[in-house]
Design a protein around this ligand. Structure first.
Ligand code: ADP
Ligand code: MG
Length: 708
């Protein structure tokens, strides 16, 4: 037995704080349990009443003579600790604490919540909440509605986890209108004891749950969430609504990576995380339901080729446009299908996909045409559009199409552009009907998500490679920096750090003055690059601190003198002395950027994109959460807009993309091994068709404040 079974499959429930007062939570929970026909015993607990809702009541949980598995607690906050302790003594194993006033209210509440959870743990109980609206298990074997929501749920195969109680009520209501049935519904509340991850793990093995929906306001622990979600989403689709958020105070970022994250603001971090776990993110509850409808009532498509059957041109065009823009393609009908359609339809009908039957097809026509399209090997999913014609009943057409659902394992979605009354009638007359939408765009959006999900499910699981690196040397290097109480590495130090992880860097030497540069000049092989180095110089080019392609010692010496003057003019007198980096000049190559910054809530985030001094102008970058698998790395490279530049345009040779992916993975390993790094960025990393020529020429590393 799973520990959470006492919560979701109890034999006996105590409702502590049950009440006679209509409209009160204590009365509504009890009422819903009875009204939904809970398959077990229910005990109202209330010291001031002998019976509630015609049922014998008990003064305390421990006064109940029978065993109790689950207690639903709705008493005032100050009474919660005593009730919970009483439950513990009685041997209750599961708690749902609906009472609010805990960590959501501030310091005092947070303290109470910690204490509450200690009691729960001491007795080996598990608790949902506090501050939630209850739970439902609509499994016909259980039939438990322990919420105070006014709408009873339909039984089905969708699990819903909500962080917002108020939204949960609305969702139950909307789901009912849309004919969407639940397996399990959980309002998670403050998640003091049972976390979102715990629930996901429970749902993973719940035979009744085929699809998981989540409404999230905050992420618990992304590091825990990732591997769990990645595994579960291969078996059961997970859809998440996460409301947008701006990055807590776009801090003054010293790196391009930080600046790009701050500027794009929002949720790139979260999007990156979800993309890597196969979780499908939607932006609104409306979209969540559109997708849920499609997923829950259909098999996953076998491919991206859509067929559209319609009796009006307009909606079919809208559907086609949306489909193409979301990555679906219009399936090509075979000669055979077209000949058969031609025989069925009037001359003015269009027998190319979208098949437009013209305004007045009846049920038989719809069914026959849909059958032909579904039989066609070139069609993976079918959208049936009906703008209800006069004299023909849309209900009739749907019943025809529904016959086909049983025969073809392909998604079939309907669009009926009819008044609201039609949908009500539909729910009443045809419970468990096929997915029907008001608008073609919503239906196509659902199909596109289902197709993306297929691709995710079929995609092999990537692998995180462990490279042989020199971790101790990297630590030694960082120790030396910390001993000097610095948190910024110089560019040469940063490059040395990369070398420890097998990332090739341009050869370079450091000179402490223009004279020292002159003294070294005769030993160098030209051409070289000269750069100004000082802790206060962030972007060297901006202060005249980079001269490339220097061909002779004379040129170098004069460049050093001039740079010394020019850069010094930009600096304050008290600045530490300027030093110079002499670096091999790397000719040609394409400039990319590889960076990492810390998201305040999600942790490290790796960025890849087109690099160089224009990176913030181009903003052609993608993000992923480490550790990067080989697939993550390949995808990052493929997903930037400038990807064709790396593949080679106009006859250019392609960059060694396999080697580039390996560099990203080595970088990811560095980030994972050295958590004291707050920000790191290679810009530019010069890449070539031959990996032997790859060079990092500039890098920046900042240590976390606490690390110094
Ligand atoms: P910063 O980013 O601080 O301005 P960089 O060291 O990145 O300074 O140099 C600026 C630009 O100069 C690079 O984006 C690159 O185009 C070019 N560059 C720098 N070093 C080299 C080098 N060793 N070989 C070739 N080009 C270089
Ligand atoms: Mg640079």
């Amino acid at each position: 037995m799973h520990p959470l079974d006492s919560i979701f499959k109890p034999q006996a429930i105590a409702v502590v704080g049950a009440s006679r007062r209509p409209g009160s939570i204590g009365r509504e929970v009890l009422h819903n349990l009875i009204e939904f026909n809970f398959h077990g015993k229910v005990f109202p607990v209330n010291p001031k009443a002998d019976f509630i809702h015609s049922i014998k009541a008990f003064p305390t949980v421990s006064a109940i003579p029978d065993p109790v598995d689950l207690a639903i607690i709705v008493v005032p906050r100050q009474e919660v600790p005593a009730v919970v302790a009483d439950c513990g003594k009685k041997g209750v194993k599961g708690l749902v604490v609906i009472t609010a006033g805990f960590s959501e209210t501030g310091e005092e509440g947070r303290r109470l919540e910690v204490e509450l959870n200690q009691t729960v743990e001491r007795y080996g109980m598990r608790m949902i909440g506090p501050n939630c609206m209850g739970i439902i298990n609509a499994d016909p074997e259980v039939q438990m509605d322990a919420t105070f929501a006014p709408t009873l749920p339909l039984s089905g195969h969708i699990a819903f986890m909500s962080q917002s109680g108020a939204l949960g009520v609305a969702i139950l209501n909307m789901a009912r209108q849309l004919d969407i049935g639940f397996s399990i519904f959980v309002s998670m509340g403050n998640k003091a004891n049972v976390s979102g991850e715990d629930l996901l793990l429970y749902l993973e093995d719940d035979p009744n749950t085929e699809l998981i929906l989540m409404y999230l306001e905050s992420f618990g622990n992304p590091r825990q969430f990732m591997p769990i979600a990645r595994r579960i989403s291969k078996r059961k689709p997970i859809l998440v609504v996460k409301s947008g958020r701006t990055l807590a105070g776009a801090r003054a970022a010293s790196s391009h990576t930080g600046a790009l994250v701050a500027r794009q603001g929002m949720d790139i971090a979260l999007d990156a995380l979800l993309e890597q776990t196969g979780v499908i993110r939607v932006n609104t509850v409306e979209e969540l339901f559109d997708l849920a409808l499609g997923f829950s009532k259909n098999p996953v498509p076998r491919g991206n080729r859509l067929g559209i059957l319609t009796n009006a041109g307009g909606p079919a065009i809208m559907a086609t446009d949306t489909a193409i823009s979301l990555g679906l393609t219009m399936g090509k009908l075979s000669e055979r299908t077209r000949t058969a359609l031609r025989r069925l339809l009037p001359a003015e009908a269009s027998i190319q996909n979208p098949v437009d039957m013209t305004p007045k097809p009846d049920r038989t026509k719809y069914e026959a045409c849909a059958r032909l399209m579904l039989e066609d090997e070139g069609i993976d999913s079918l959208l049936v559009v009906s703008v209800p014609p006069i004299m023909v009943s849309a209900m009739d057409i749907i019943s025809g199409i529904e016959e086909l659902r049983r025969q073809f394992p392909k998604p079939i979605l309907g669009v009926v552009m009819a008044p609201e009354g039609f949908f009500q009638e539909l729910n009443e007359q045809r419970p468990n009907h096929m997915a029907i939408y008001h608008f073609p765009e919503s239906a196509v959006r659902a199909l596109a998500a289902m197709e993306r999900y297929r691709q995710w499910r079929e995609q092999p699981v990537g692998e995180v490679r462990a490279f042989e690196v020199n971790h101790p040397a990297a630590e030694t290097l960082l120790d030396a920096v910390r001993r000097e109480e610095r948190n910024q590495l110089t560019a040469p130090e940063a490059l040395s750090l990369l070398e420890c992880y097998g990332i090739p860097v341009a050869r370079s030497r450091v000179a402490s003055s223009p004279d020292a540069v002159a003294a070294l000049a005769s030993e160098l092989s030209f051409p070289v690059v000269l750069k100004a180095i000082a802790p206060d110089i962030v972007h060297k080019t901006e202060v005249g601190g980079v001269v490339t392609d220097i061909r002779t010692p004379e040129e170098l010496i004069s460049a050093a003198r001039q740079m010394n003057e020019e850069v010094s003019a930009h600096r304050q007198d008290a600045s530490p002395p300027l030093r110079f980096q002499l670096q091999e000049f790397v000719r040609g190559g394409r400039e990319v950027i590889i960076g990492m910054t810390q998201d305040p809530s999600l942790g490290p985030l790796i960025m890849f994109g087109l690099g160089g001094v224009y990176v913030e102008t181009l903003k052609d970058v993608v993000f992923r959460v480490p550790p990067l698998t080989d697939l993550d790395a390949q995808e990052m490279i493929r997903q930037i807009r400038g990807y064709p530049l790396l593949e080679g345009v106009r006859g250019e040779a392609p960059i060694d993309l396999k080697a580039l992916a390996e560099m990203l993975q080595r970088f990811s390993q560095l980030v994972e091994d050295l958590p004291e790094i707050a920000e790191i960025e290679i810009n530019p990393f010069l890449v070539f068709p031959d990996v032997a020529e790859f060079r990092a020429v500039d890098a920046r590393v900042r240590l976390a404040d606490g690390a110094v």
